[in-house]
Design a protein around this ligand. Structure first.
Ligand SMILES: [Zn+2]
Length: 256
């Protein structure tokens, strides 16, 4: 069985002391496809080093995270993203989007950066990886304005309702399902079964949002299997089928 973690921050400081062991644990569990979203330029070097070290398993995205869109630096950061996309091999533009939880004052430039990066994804024929926190309307506003056949990707850590799920899918997105699906109050499990599995990909968002029974602790990519088990339960399918279908879905998005 091959599992795909479509969103894992392998370079995070949280893994400073045991990064190699942590990645090894994932590989041993069959989580052999690790897609790594960018945050800002300060992590680019560590991302490139990880890819070099695990060329068969680590696949990189490039982008500016909405929480790092700051008035003083975002233009320069966007130039970095643009330049790297021209030069390097990346499999998506992400994570990008809007976050109204941490800082509402930057909404206008967050949306500007989101739109600009969607256009870069289209230019390079790449998927996008969307971060959306307390900002469905603000994210959909930009997505609708960029709607086209060239727009596709993943709504990372999807936590919306059924209507929002349909809306995202109609805009070319797959839903990234992670640890929240294992929470008692996670809500997403209540309607997930009504969403065709072809629209679902697995992710951990490690080191954040660990699934039950590790809720509240550090998350890691090997736990992708726990999320697959939860989906097997929700969809009443064997875990092998969850692994296969979601891995195929991820290949469709990332082109690898
Ligand atoms: Zn993330």
């Amino acid at each position: 069985m091959t599992f795909t973690d479509t969103h894992t921050h392998l370079y995070s400081e949280e893994f400073e002391n045991d990064r190699n062991e942590m990645i090894q644990r994932a590989l041993e569990q069959g989580v052999t496809r690790l897609f790594v979203p960018a945050i800002d330029s300060s992590y680019t070097q560590s991302m490139l080093e990880l890819e070099k070290k695990f060329p068969e398993n680590v696949f990189l995205m490039m982008g500016l995270h909405p929480c790092y869109v700051k008035p003083e630096t975002y233009k320069q950061e966007l130039m970095h993203v643009e330049k790297l996309l021209e030069e390097g091999k990346f499999y998506a533009v992400g994570e990008i989007g809007v976050d109204m939880y941490w800082d509402k004052s930057t909404l206008a430039i967050q949306q500007e950066a989101f739109k600009k990066q969607i256009q870069l994804a289209k230019k390079h024929n790449l998927a996008i990886n969307i971060h959306c926190r307390d900002a469905f309307d603000e994210v959909f506003e930009v997505l609708e304005s960029e709607k086209s056949d060239e727009l596709f990707g993943i709504f990372h850590c999807f936590t919306g309702d059924f209507n929002q799920a349909e809306r995202a899918i109609n805009l070319g997105m797959k839903l990234g399902i992670g640890g929240v699906s294992t929470f008692k109050n996670g809500k997403i499990d209540q309607f997930l079964k009504e969403i065709d599995l072809k629209n679902i990909v697995l992710e951990t968002d490690s080191p954040y949002l660990a699934p039950v029974p590790f809720r509240g602790k550090r998350n890691e990519s090997s736990y992708t299997k726990l999320i697959a088990e939860r989906l097997a339960n929700i969809y009443e399918l064997p875990i092998e089928e969850i692994a296969n279908v979601t891995t195929n879905n991820s290949k469709e998005v990332f082109g690898i």
